[in-house]
Design a protein around this ligand. Structure first.
Ligand SMILES: C[S@@+](CC[C@H](N)C(=O)[O-])C[C@H]1O[C@@H](n2cnc3c(N)ncnc32)[C@H](O)[C@@H]1O
Length: 216
């Protein structure tokens, strides 16, 4: 099994559980449901956190392999898996070394994860490996702002967010990385997620990227 030491962020993990509970009330639960609708078969949820996606998987999903490197979040995910509507196996692992066979997943799900992986290109190549030809990545991520001033502010904040928020990069251009990846982006919606009345919306992307049916 991979060495997961570098992915342990217990203080962030405990804080994130509270934050993600509040985000559910602020409409993020509806976003999760929208993102996951229509999925079927075997789904790999990479960086599943405490398992906030689990209750939103439709009954057409036959199995979820939920991969989480952080020990604190994985324990909470195991508890949430027990009450999920579909079968969920929670396993230790990380995005650069997903413990799933080549071409075995009908879909991979990544929500609020690509901001934290060591390298976007490596993680997306690994997604391509585990997907079957024609399989899809469903992503929901906060990203680099398109407004130049806001992006500069994200650049300034990123050293702090990496330190206190489990290697979270505020300033990642994940949409550009998806375009460079072996996957084909078939749907991408940008919007601002408002988490507090006085704060600007956090720039987000949600969408789908497909592994070409005859791809490598
Ligand atoms: C902001 S939380 C999001 C959790 C969950 N996906 C959700 O939607 O609530 C970021 C998650 O990414 C995980 N993570 C960080 N680095 C990772 C990596 N290299 N591979 C997989 N997961 C990673 C963290 O442990 C954490 O669970």
């Amino acid at each position: 099994m991979s060495d997961l030491t570098q992915f342990q962020h217990p203080r962030f993990a405990r804080r994130y559980i509270g934050i993600s509970d509040r985000l559910e009330q602020l409409g993020v639960g509806d976003l999760r449901r929208e993102l996951l609708q229509g999925l079927h078969g075997c789904v790999v949820d990479v960086g599943c956190g405490d398992g906030k996606n689990f209750r939103h998987y439709p009954p057409t999903v036959t199995r979820v392999v939920a991969v989480e490197p952080d020990d604190v979040l994985r324990r909470h995910a195991e508890q949430n898996a027990a009450s999920a509507a579909v079968p969920v196996d929670v396993v230790a692992g990380h995005a650069d070394d997903v413990p799933v066979a080549d071409g075995s997943a009908d879909a991979v799900v990544m929500t609020l994860v690509l901001c934290s992986v060591p390298d976007l290109g490596t993680a997306l190549t690994e997604v391509n490996r585990v997907l079957r030809p024609g399989g899809e990545l469903r992503f929901g991520e906060h990203v680099r702002a398109q407004n130049r001033v806001a992006a500069l502010a994200q650049d300034a904040l990123t050293p702090l967010s990496r330190r206190v928020d489990g290697n979270c990069h505020q300033n990642r251009d994940t949409a550009a990385a998806l375009e460079r990846s072996p996957l084909t982006v078939t749907r991408l919606r940008r919007f601002g997620l408002r988490v507090a009345a006085l704060l600007p919306g956090q720039p987000m992307i949600v969408g789908t990227a497909v592994k070409p049916p005859t791809g490598p």
